[in-house]
Design a protein around this ligand. Structure first.
Ligand code: NAD
Length: 512
């Protein structure tokens, strides 16, 4: 393991102590060091210097300069750079996937899957670079033409969460770059080495193409470095992924200067299991959704809303399935569940379980913290299942850990939908049913109020082709596929007069 990892870090240009600020190829930084410990074995992987205000100013200067060149580069040529970046990611998929897995703690399969998402969004963006379409309209005036265009915005600030330490950056950058924007990224202080690795990869592509520094920049540090970006008028768009708590602050700060924010925040995702569900897929979907990435996906399944006629059967099958879960080193593909990100997250897990019981919940799968050989980092917990009520305070709250709440409904599917919608968050939702009426009701305007609504698929995971994001306290932002690119551009309406008269709109006369 150690030898593979050393090679992995070397392949990605990650050293023991890394300068954490970059305007392109050059890395610098004189701020405090942030240590990155692996939740897998508790070992120190490397250190990164945080970005000082002075370093930050250098980054913004460089990004502003690069924007002048980049915005005038034709979009398909920008797409060509993203294509080369995608190819580089294909080459480095294994080492980057390993680093993601080791620094964040998700399974190697999921680490590799995350890099695959980066490759997929690059492919998507390359095609899109020839399709940044605006509409044409008919003018009400004779001899006039009207149409709209999308122009680059400028600097896009990206603030990302620990749980998708590389993919979220690429969802934003691949689109922002083809749109003609330049990007400044602040990764989570819990996974800073991933940002160093990604910057090294794109730096080589930019260098090979003689492009200026500043198209891709990174800064590192905690929320204070994030605040440099949210308060900075030179950044027209801040894309922030993380907790609802963070999103409320970012939205207010960016809003005060009338900047735009794209918010991808917490979820409280539910799966409805109706009497017409195919139990085989429902159980697999529920277990993967609840325990995959140790419950640390924004789309993790937190609540199961089960019809009373199926309740005991589903509960007993789940309890049996949980007995088969193997918990341990996520780089070992025999394990299903890896660690939480750090011991603070373990404390939150324990507190949430205690609170659920204090509110009247009944643990049907006990949970608990693991210790001893293989669990030295102190970050490994057992997935838990609790019978609960939707109105419990703790059930209303997103706990970023493998805790699944079982909720019972009776009567028609509308009652299950009401329970599912009755939380503050609105990210992902799913219904397991073979009943067409139930499925359509769930997807209708009176159905799920989430940004993602699935039928016979779990809540967890999404394809890059669709727009990704959620409603209510999830923040309302959309990233990735469909027309999510529009947020990275400014829309301009153009009217052209090709006559010798100057007719005014709405028939207004103004004669001199
Ligand atoms: P977090 O909110 O603690 O941190 C996220 C990022 O925000 C970090 O880079 C952090 O430094 C920065 N930050 C925090 N406060 C800030 C401030 N005041 N100003 C500027 N930046 C600030 O979240 P986390 O623990 O890293 O990630 C877990 C959360 O992220 C969960 O709630 C999860 O649901 C959510 N998430 C959402 C999505 C989505 O697409 N909806 C995707 C991944 C994660």
């Amino acid at each position: 393991m150690k030898t593979t990892l050393t090679k992995t870090l070397k392949d990605l240009g990650v050293r023991e102590v890394n300068l954490g600020t970059s305007t392109g190829q050059e890395f610098f930084g004189s701020g405090n060091e942030i240590s990155s410990y692996s939740p897998v074995d508790g070992k120190l992987i490397g250190k990164v210097t945080s970005t000082t205000k002075e370093d930050y100013e250098k980054v913004i200067d460089s990004a502003q300069t690069a924007f002048k060149t980049w915005k005038t580069t034709p979009a398909p040529l920008r797409g060509e750079i993203v294509r080369q970046f995608g190819d580089k990611l294909r080459e480095l998929k294994q080492p980057l996937g390993e680093l993601v897995s080791y620094e964040m703690g998700k399974s190697l399969q999921e680490g590799l899957g995350e890099v695959q998402e980066m490759i997929d969004i690059c492919d998507f963006a390359v095609g899109l670079s020839r399709q940044l379409h605006g509409l044409t309209m008919h003018s009400e005036r004779f001899g006039h033409r009207m149409y709209e265009q999308y122009h680059p915005l400028g600097i896009v600030g990206i603030i990302s969460a620990f749980n998708f330490p590389v993919a979220v950056w690429s969802w934003n950058t691949a689109l922002a770059w083809i749109c003609g924007d330049v990007c400044v990224w602040k990764a989570s202080e819990k996974a800073p080495l991933c940002s160093i690795a990604c910057q090294n990869i794109i730096a080589e592509v930019l260098k090979n193409n003689n492009l200026p520094e500043g198209i891709s920049c990174i800064v590192n540090g905690d929320y204070k470095v994030g605040e440099y970006m949210t308060t900075d008028k030179r950044i027209p768009l801040v894309s922030a992924t993380g907790s609802t708590r963070m999103g409320k602050i970012v939205s207010k700060t960016v809003g005060e200067r009338l900047g735009k924010s794209l918010l991808e925040l917490g979820g409280n995702n539910a799966m409805i299991i109706t009497p017409d569900a195919d139990l085989k897929i429902a159980i697999i979907g529920a277990v993967f959704g609840a325990v995959g990435t140790a419950g640390q996906r924004c789309t993790s399944t937190r609540r199961l809303i089960i019809h009373e006629s199926m309740y005991d059967k589903v509960k007993n099958t789940l309890v049996d399935a949980y007995k088969q879960l193997k918990i341990g080193n996520p780089l070992d593909e025999n394990n299903h569940v890896g660690p939480l990100i750090d011991t603070d997250a373990v404390k939150m897990y324990e507190d949430a379980l205690a609170k659920a019981v204090a509110e009247g919940g009944n643990k049907v799968v006990e949970g608990g913290v693991l210790s001893g050989e293989g669990y030295e980092s102190g970050c490994y917990v057992k997935p838990a299942i609790v019978e609960a009520e939707n109105n419990f305070e703790i059930v209303q709250h997103e706990t970023f850990a493998p805790i699944l709440y079982l909720l019972k409904y009776s009567g028609g599917v509308e009652n299950a939908i009401e329970i599912q919608n009755n939380v503050a968050q609105g990210l992902s939702s799913a219904i397991m049913t073979n009943n067409l009426r139930e499925a359509e009701a769930f997807l209708s305007h009176a159905g799920s109020d989430c940004g993602i609504a699935n039928v016979n698929i779990g809540t967890s995971g999404a394809e890059i082709g669709g727009a990704f994001g959620g409603e209510k306290e999830t923040g309302g932002g959309r990233e990735s596929g469909s027309d999510a690119w529009k947020v990275y551009m400014r829309r301009q309406t153009n009217t052209i007069n090709y006559t010798t008269d100057l007719p005014l709109a709405q028939g207004i006369k103004f004669d001199l």
